[in-house]
Design a protein. Structure first.
Lengths: 305, 257
């Protein structure tokens, strides 16, 4: 078997697989393993009218919203936990600039599960009795169906429709040129998301030889069949962590949160300096502290694995 | 015994509601602090899971997120949201679901979504996350939060995560699998617990320096006060030193109660 290499730059991958009006699934969670190099590239290319799907959307989504590129989210939460809420997300919803359709995390996972198995919907026992079933944005249409369990007619069961995003953005530790992916640490929603999506862009810390994958295939998290592009981008998850590689950058997360909370010129300044005026993600990494910062984050992770 | 703060005792009291050997699904912040304290004092065999996938980690101080590498340290398995939320929580294998600050009403319903109109809210909060899943499926619910009147309204205007919804049988009617879970909320003023017969909170314990009047004053609904009301026991030296030295040595969370 001879597969063509899927290796390309983040710019090429976004040009090829992300388009105006696309539905995008975001992997990783909170301050762990986010495809930030791809997010920055979407901002630079100004892909707009995006719909974002995910579970715990974080800085990845918030930057796209802050740049005015998102018309709708379907997710479990926009949240940075200790570091606060996602402020651009919050502001955009409060000002009526963006739609948010709420699900629980298991609700979203159930929808990706249906998508990855080629099923039209998935049952769940979450969300019952909550206002996620009584209130929704008008454009959503039929959000769910409530049925009686066919084998136990006393029990209501919720059906949620499948999700098949146009493209998934996932950051992994390693991949080969074919697109076989190895994720270290928690998996969050990433495996289900990749299999449910029409295309998946993998950004990774390092590209490894195909032979390395074949000699240790139990470790393959996502096989190449689901992957459209492989982008090698060391520290590509910054300011989020990549397990076994580097810790999250709490200082930069706090700085982003300060700009996002303030909005206006502070947010514009952040987007301009760190993203729009950067040639690529390496350029951004220099601006956030360069090699000294990256080594410090690597050392911090080394103490924990 | 050493001096202690009410914030510290709140975390300590919450930790006492976790029994040894139980499976615990806890969010970061105060719920995780109390869970870790339980593990390092009276419940060494508790199994903690985080929603991103870690199962039974030896948590390092001090995680700031469910995605924190400190929460993955020496886990027996680094799994996925599907495994934790679906195969453990929805499956019915989590004894305790432990959540933090939010808007909580007299039936134990939690709002973490919106205040005001859903499409054009006055205030937009983060949303459910795994919170709805925890309240839907855990056998017991623990809540630790600040005690302020606006956090304890009579009714949540939006139910993100269901307590007893609007009465003692409402969970069963809605189709929830755990029909009458114990729901306990621990605050700096005291401990309230849902009475499964009424579906409403009743006052069970008071913290040192608190009173029924003080608790009612800071609560937007009127919890039942007819049952026996105990005093929260002061911390033991072991609880206090473990909290300070091993659970939250930087004191990142203890001021958030």
């Amino acid at each position: 078997m001879k597969e063509e290499s899927k290796v390309m730059t983040a710019r090429e991958a976004v040009e090829k697989f992300v388009f105006d009006g696309a539905t995008i699934g975001l992997g990783g969670q909170n301050v762990g393993r986010m495809a930030m190099a791809a997010i920055h590239e979407i901002v630079r290319q100004g892909k707009k009218n995006l719909t974002i799907y995910g579970c715990n959307l974080s800085i990845n989504m918030d930057i796209l919203v802050g740049a005015g590129l998102v018309k709708r989210c379907e997710a479990g939460t926009g949240n940075l936990e200790y570091f606060g809420t996602t402020f651009c997300f919050r502001r955009a919803i409060e000002q009526g600039l963006m739609e948010m359709e709420d699900y629980s995390h298991l609700g979203m996972i159930s929808r990706f599960l249906a998508g990855e198995m080629g099923l039209p919907f998935m049952p769940t026992k979450s969300m019952l009795g909550s206002d996620m079933l009584t209130q929704q944005v008008k454009s959503t249409g039929k959000k769910y169906e409530l049925i009686k369990d066919p084998w136990n007619a006393d029990e209501p069961v919720l059906l949620l429709p499948a999700l098949k995003p146009d493209v998934a953005l996932i950051h992994a530790q390693r991949a080969d040129a074919m697109g076989n992916v190895v994720i270290d640490g928690f998996l969050a929603l990433d495996v289900e998301l990749a299999r449910a999506s029409k295309h998946t862009i993998i950004t990774c810390e390092e590209i490894v030889p195909e032979e390395k994958i074949r000699s240790d295939a139990e470790r393959t998290s996502i096989p190449y069949l689901y992957v459209s592009a492989v982008v090698e981008q060391p520290f590509g998850s910054h300011p989020a962590a990549a397990y076994r590689y580097y810790d999250y950058d709490a200082d930069h997360v706090k700085y982003y949160q300060k700009c996002a909370r303030e909005g206006g010129k502070a947010l514009e300044g952040y987007l301009k300096h760190y993203i729009l005026d950067s040639e690529n993600f390496d350029d951004y990494l220099e601006k956030v502290g360069g090699i000294k910062k990256m080594i410090a984050l690597m050392k911090s992770m080394k103490r924990m694995v | 015994m050493a001096d202690f703060s009410i914030e510290e005792l709140t975390v300590i009291e919450a930790s006492r509601y976790i029994n040894d050997g139980e499976t615990v699904f806890a969010g970061t912040g105060l719920p995780l602090m109390a869970t870790m304290l339980a593990q390092k004092t009276h419940a060494p065999h508790l199994c903690f899971v985080a929603e991103t996938g870690p199962i039974a980690p030896i948590v390092l101080p001090t995680p700031l997120s469910v995605s924190d590498p400190r929460l993955q340290y020496r886990s027996v398995r680094l799994g996925s949201l599907r495994e934790v939320l679906g195969c453990l929580l929805q499956h019915g294998m989590m004894d305790v679901g432990f959540v933090g600050g939010a808007e909580i009403d007299e039936f134990g319903n939690i709002n973490t979504t919106v205040i005001g109109d859903y499409e054009r809210p006055k205030v937009r909060f983060p949303g459910s996350g795994g919170g709805n899943d925890i309240l839907s499926h855990a056998k017991r619910i623990l809540i630790i939060t600040r005690h302020e009147k606006q956090r304890f309204p009579k009714r949540c205007t939006y139910i993100t995560s269901p307590g007893y919804i609007n009465g003692p049988d409402a969970r069963a009617k809605a189709g929830l699998t755990s029909k009458k879970p114990q729901i306990v909320v621990v605050t700096r003023l005291g401990v309230m617990e849902i009475n499964p017969e009424t579906g409403r909170f009743q006052i069970r314990k008071l913290m040192p320096g608190s009173s029924v009047e003080a608790l009612l004053e800071a609560t937007g609904f009127r919890p039942d006060i007819n049952g026996r009301i105990e005093n929260v026991a002061p911390p033991t030296d072991h609880e206090l030193t473990t909290l300070r030295e091993k659970v939250d040595p930087q004191g990142l969370y203890s001021k958030k109660v």
